[in-house]
Write a protein that binds this ligand. Structure first.
Ligand code: HEM
Length: 104
C-alpha cells in the first residue's frame, strides 16, 4: 500500500490567489520522480486558512529521495525567487491502510 505525505500550508486569505497561481504554474517535476503516484492541492472551504498538498508514494524511501533531490528544488523555485506565500508549514505522514473508489 502507498504512503501519504501532506504538506499543510497556512496561507493568509489575501495570499491564497498567489498560492494557487504558483501551483498553476508549477514545475511538474514531481511527476517524473521514482515512486510518485499522485498529488492533489486541496483548498480549504470551511473557513480555515490551511491548504493541503497531498502526495501519494510507493514507499517512504521514494518520498525521502524526492525531498532530498533536485526535483524538489525545481518544484519549489518560486519559493526562493518570489518569496514565501505561507506563514507556516507542517508535514503530515500517513500509511494508506485501506482504499476504494467508485466502480472498484
Ligand atoms: C516550507 C515548506 C513548503 C512550502 C511553503 C511549499 C509551497 C509550495 C509552493 C508555493 C509550490 C508551487 C510551486 C512554486 O512556488 O515554485 C509548491 C509546489 C509543490 N509542493 Fe511544496 N512547499 C513546501 C514543502 C513541501 C513539502 C514538504 C512537500 C511534500 C508533500 C511539498 C509538495 C509539493 C509538490 C508535490 C509541489 C509540486 C511540485 C512540482 O510540480 O514538481 N512541498 N510548494
Amino acid at each position: 500500500m502507498s504512503i501519504v505525505r501532506i504538506n499543510a500550508i497556512k496561507v493568509p486569505p489575501e495570499q491564497a490567489p498567489e498560492l494557487e497561481k504558483r501551483f498553476a504554474a508549477r514545475a511538474g517535476a514531481v511527476e517524473g520522480s521514482e515512486g510518485f503516484e499522485r498529488f492533489e492541492l486541496l483548498r480549504p472551504t470551511d473557513g480555515r486558512d490551511t491548504y493541503f498538498v497531498v502526495t501519494h508514494w510507493r514507499s517512504v524511501a521514494d518520498f525521502d529521495a524526492w525531498l532530498a533531490g533536485a526535483s524538489f528544488q525545481q518544484g519549489h523555485k518560486a519559493h526562493g525567487s518570489q518569496g514565501p506565500v505561507s506563514t507556516e508549514s507542517e508535514l503530515l505522514a500517513f500509511d494508506v491502510v485501506q482504499e476504494t473508489s467508485a466502480g472498484s
